[in-house]
Design a protein around this ligand. Structure first.
Ligand code: THU
Length: 146
């Protein structure tokens, strides 16, 4: 993990986009809203929010919304993602970071290099950067099937 300073343009830009996407979250069941902003290797940003469902299991996380949007438009190589989440209508809590769930980490593994893919998280005060390999050690991925 690395702390990001104020001058980290990539982190700031992605976090701002993730905050904007968070406003679109559809969360009548958890009231926990999440926004994500995904950077492609070619410099585009795809955003996503979490989308819940009355039947619960069809719900989708913000990260996968962003990744699936990008893949469905022909992008398959990603370099970074920012994730911002917390209880709807509440300030973010210092020390509480919305980290991606296990399923989303596995989906990231499909389209990103775990050695270099950057995951930015914020608690509203601090911005932290993790590499995918730190959040998904000993991962199973496409290389295992070669
Ligand atoms: N959620 C995300 O969208 N991303 C995360 O990183 C963690 C959890 C969503 C799923 C569900 O809609 C709500 O947050 C509560 O789990």
């Amino acid at each position: 993990m690395k702390l990001c300073g104020q001058d980290n343009t990539e982190a700031n830009r992605l976090i701002e986009s993730a905050k904007e996407a968070r406003a679109f979250a559809y969360t009548p069941y958890s009231s926990f809203t999440v926004g994500a902003a995904l950077l492609t290797e070619t410099g585009e940003v795809y955003t996503g929010c979490n989308i819940e469902n009355a039947a619960f299991t069809p719900g989708n996380c913000a990260e996968r919304t962003a990744i699936f949007k990008a893949v469905s438009e022909g992008k398959r190589d990603f370099t970074a993602i920012a994730i911002v989440g917390g209880k709807e209508g509440e300030e973010l809590t210092e020390g509480t970071f919305c980290a991606p769930c296990g399923v989303c980490r596995q989906v990231m593994m499909e389209f990103a290099n775990p050695e270099t893919f950057r995951i930015y998280l914020t608690d509203g005060t601090q911005v932290r950067m993790y590499l995918l390999k730190e959040l998904l050690p000993l991962a199973f991925g496409p290389k295992n099937l070669e």
